[in-house]
Write a protein that binds this ligand. Structure first.
Ligand SMILES: Nc1ncnc2c1ncn2[C@@H]1O[C@H](COP(=O)(O)OP(=O)(O)O)[C@@H](O)[C@H]1O
Ligand SMILES: [Mg+2]
Length: 245
């Protein structure tokens, strides 16, 4: 487990990170850093390199150059289960629930991976409460709507009690109300957890992000407070175009 308490500032850092696919430079020398308990959104137009960058953080992609550091551990080239073992919660868009088990059983199994059975009981109950899933505890995961499924999947990731969360489009496919609920949930989790979110739902981004990083052509185009960045002329031109208000 990583000792984040000794870190005054940076819990996640990339140095000169690059990803190439043949002749395509998907990520081009990105220096990125995240402070403890910071909640950061990665945004940018299609093909900007967000997913490729994110996959280097989770270990799904090995960078072509540069390094990824988690606190004082160099994790470059590690695979996802090694990264997860350091206490990192990873939520990708790949479904992770066991459909034939109940919501509570899914949460309990996830908690049990890192904790003894009695603590797993407590963790599962705590997740049911925190994620407002208690009325659905005994429902089969396979019978959940997309929105409730997303919320349960987040619970599965949180049940292992991560100190850093990496989320890939948590608002994807959610209804307007569900986007709102997911944003509230992530804000609440962010009070005690460092979070990186890749997201292109701008309503969601505006609601949760204090700081955003805008990717464009594999590089960081702008970084800063959400309102400043989204009103920046260059960002509006490359990304938001006429839709920016
Ligand atoms: N597996 C891959 N093989 C080849 N090219 C890829 C692959 N993944 C991404 N790319 C290319 O890398 C660039 C960045 O893509 P991506 O990281 O998916 O951007 P974003 O998530 O911002 O839409 C794009 O030009 C894309 O076509
Ligand atoms: Mg993407």
């Amino acid at each position: 487990m990583i000792d984040t308490k000794s870190q005054t500032s940076c819990v996640l850092e990339t140095r000169g990170l690059g990803v190439r696919f043949g002749g395509v430079v998907a990520v081009d020398s990105v220096d990125f850093s995240l402070r403890q308990h910071e909640l950061r959104c990665l945004i940018g137009p299609n093909g900007a390199g967000k997913t490729s960058f994110f996959r280097c953080l989770t270990g799904q992609t090995t960078p072509s150059r540069g390094e990824v550091w988690l606190a004082d551990t160099n994790i470059t080239g590690w695979v996802p289960h090694q990264v997860a073992r350091l206490g990192v919660g990873i939520k990708t868009q790949i479904p992770s629930l066991m459909n034939e088990l109940t919501v509570r059983e899914n949460l309990w199994l996830a908690a049990r991976r890192t904790q003894p059975a009695r603590q797993a009981d407590d963790a599962a109950d705590e997740m049911l409460e925190r994620l407002h899933l208690a009325p659905l505890a005994l429902k089969l995961a396979g019978q959940l709507s997309h929105g409730l499924r997303q919320r349960t999947e987040l619970g599965v990731v949180l049940a292992a009690r991560p100190w850093l969360l990496l989320l890939d489009e948590p608002a994807g496919g959610l209804t307007h109300d569900e986007v709102q609920q997911m944003a509230e949930l992530i804000l609440e989790i962010g009070r005690t957890t460092s979070i990186v979110v890749v997201e292109h739902d701008m309503a969601f981004v505006r609601q949760i992000a204090q700081q955003v990083t805008v990717f464009h052509q594999g590089r960081v185009l702008r970084q800063g407070a959400v309102d400043d960045v989204l009103s920046d002329q260059v960002v509006r031109e490359v990304y938001l175009g006429k839709r920016a208000q």
